[in-house]
Design a protein around this ligand. Structure first.
Ligand SMILES: [Zn+2]
Ligand SMILES: [Zn+2]
Length: 122
């Protein structure tokens, strides 16, 4: 089934291709923020880049979390453009254990970063 980018109407064969397109600098719509960098907003274009960053710089915090805490579905809660993110990635249920882990980590972060860069539903 053909997937169409709703921003520029470019067409793709798979959701995966559309996802990469949205993540690329064409749109930068799949950005996710690091829930542990509280002093300054740290954003990544892809979830795996964020995961890399967390494993490197936030190891102690990551050890308290479930291993799948930074899954694509969970990272929805870290998305800078949640409405776009949700269109190509199915968010993990908010009450699931790993989403709860993430929520815990995010409480301080959300307070701080809400007004800085997370965009409202678009
Ligand atoms: Zn596009
Ligand atoms: Zn960080």
């Amino acid at each position: 089934m053909e997937k169409e980018c709703w921003i520029c109407t470019e067409k793709f064969d798979t959701t995966k291709q559309l996802k990469s397109h949205l993540a690329s600098s064409v749109h930068s719509k799949m950005e996710v923020g690091c829930p542990f960098c509280l002093d300054r907003p740290t954003k990544y274009k892809r979830v795996w880049e964020l995961k890399d960053h967390c494993n490197r710089f936030h190891k102690p915090a990551m050890q308290d979390m479930r291993p799948d805490v930074l899954s694509e579905g969970n990272a929805y809660y870290l998305a800078v453009h949640p409405a776009c993110y949700r269109k190509v990635i199915r968010p993990t249920a908010f009450y699931s254990p790993s989403a709860r882990d993430l929520k815990k980590a995010m409480q301080a972060w959300l307070k701080k970063s809400k007004d800085t860069y997370r965009t409202p539903e678009e």
